[in-house]
Design a binder for this molecule. Structure first.
Ligand SMILES: Cc1cc2nc3c(=O)[nH]c(=O)nc-3n(C[C@H](O)[C@H](O)[C@H](O)COP(=O)(O)OP(=O)(O)OC[C@H]3O[C@@H](n4cnc5c(N)ncnc54)[C@H](O)[C@@H]3O)c2cc1C
Ligand code: SF4
Length: 337
């Protein structure tokens, strides 16, 4: 059994308190919500905070409510189980409910929160290992080393964004409310991520993700499909989030965002442009799916081969579009034996 190292726990009662505690403890502190990703990472010494600022006691960020614009506001402390089964979320943003319901296993969804899922660490086969494994092979620049073991001449880390809900929130045009020690700001979820395996979040460590604001569904339909090795609990090795605004049988607006193919979710505007103004026919779907596969550039640092994951991008985008067109109703998650 791998044990947790010693740390000081600082329970926060409000988001502002949590932000202040993070600021007071500087780089030695991390936020913890459900702990489902953070604690295993601490056990493997990927994270070595000496202080954890606990978000579990903050009631103001738990639950889903109707915003003033008619959209839904999701508290960052809402569990994935609650989100996956929330009647308004299921009805208005089915892709978000699907993605939340496909994260890991029921136990982890009962503890894990949407805030933790959006902020979850990037992943790599050379990094998500025990301390001893990483020591034996030689540490990499994401933790304790100075080179990238996947691309040794690369000046950057290519660890993979592996959140199920982040590409969906991006495709739905959601915004994130961040609270820091000096005030708060609201940014598009699309602006929350950076294309860097180490500095993958475009927020300061002392900013707490408080809420996710979803615009009114207003004619938008959405779907999420996930590829993973084991359907029981694996991270995505490909996620496809599609949101379409239909007027009659024509697409008025589209957003397709891929997960697990880069260090941040990757939008595919060329594919969306092909769909805009068109009917969702098998022919347009094929053209859009081809275009969506272009920006999908997985590296050989997660499960399944990267050419296979790239090839499946086209297949999954086509399936998601066909599902929204009512032409196909296959499974939302595919596992590979
Ligand atoms: C076996 C296993 C399988 C998994 N499978 C999946 C999967 O299929 N898909 C998937 O997406 N994830 C998966 N996970 C990862 C994890 O369980 C989920 O991402 C979960 O939603 C994380 O939420 P949490 O509340 O437990 O976050 P924590 O573990 O508490 O925190 C995760 C990170 O987010 C930060 N954080 C948490 N809340 C906030 C906030 N409000 N503001 C700012 N920062 C915050 C923490 O500091 C930490 O860096 C898996 C984990 C394990 C161990
Ligand atoms: S991509 Fe390179 S630097 Fe990043 S975790 Fe993997 S091996 Fe380490």
């Amino acid at each position: 059994m791998i044990r947790l190292p010693a740390f000081t726990y600082v329970p926060a009662k409000t988001v502002a308190q949590a932000a202040r505690a993070m600021s007071d403890h500087g780089g030695a502190a991390m936020l913890v919500a459900g702990g489902t990703d953070l604690f295993p990472n601490m056990k493997r010494r990927q994270f070595e905070p000496t202080t954890l600022v606990g978000l579990r006691g903050i009631r103001e960020i738990v639950g889903v409510r109707r915003g003033e614009d008619g959209g839904l506001t999701v508290g960052a402390g809402t569990t994935l189980s609650a989100l996956a089964t929330h009647a308004d979320v299921v009805r208005e943003h089915p892709a978000l409910a699907t993605a939340a319901g496909l994260v890991s296993s029921p136990q982890l969804r009962n503890m894990g929160t949407i805030g933790g899922n959006v902020c979850v660490d990037t992943r790599c086969n050379y990094y998500n290992q025990t301390f001893e494994w990483r020591q034996a092979i030689g540490f990499c620049m994401k933790k304790d080393g100075d080179i990238c073991l996947v691309a040794p001449s690369s000046p950057r880390c290519w660890a993979v964004s592996s959140s199920d809900t982040a590409p969906v929130l991006w495709s739905l045009g959601a915004r994130a409310r961040l609270v820091g020690p000096g005030g708060e700001r609201t940014v598009p979820v699309a602006a929350l991520f950076r294309d860097d395996g180490i500095e993958y979040l475009a927020k300061r460590p002392d900013e707490v993700l408080a809420e996710l604001l979803l615009p009114p569904a207003d004619g938008w339909r959405s779907a999420y499909l996930k590829l993973r090795r084991r359907g029981s609990f694996d991270f995505p090795v490909l996620g496809v989030a599609v949101a379409l605004r239909l007027e009659g049988d024509r697409v008025r607006a589209a957003r397709i965002v891929l997960g697990a193919v880069a260090s941040q979710p990757r939008e595919t505007p060329a594919a969306a442009a092909i769909l805009t103004g068109e009917r969702l026919t098998p022919e347009t779907i094929t053209r859009a799916a081809e275009a969506a596969a272009g920006p999908s550039k997985p590296l050989d640092n997660t499960d399944l081969t990267h050419p296979y994951r790239k090839k499946l991008t086209r297949v999954f985008v086509a399936r998601a579009l066909a599902r929204l067109a009512g032409l196909e109703a296959g499974p939302v998650s595919e596992e590979v034996a």
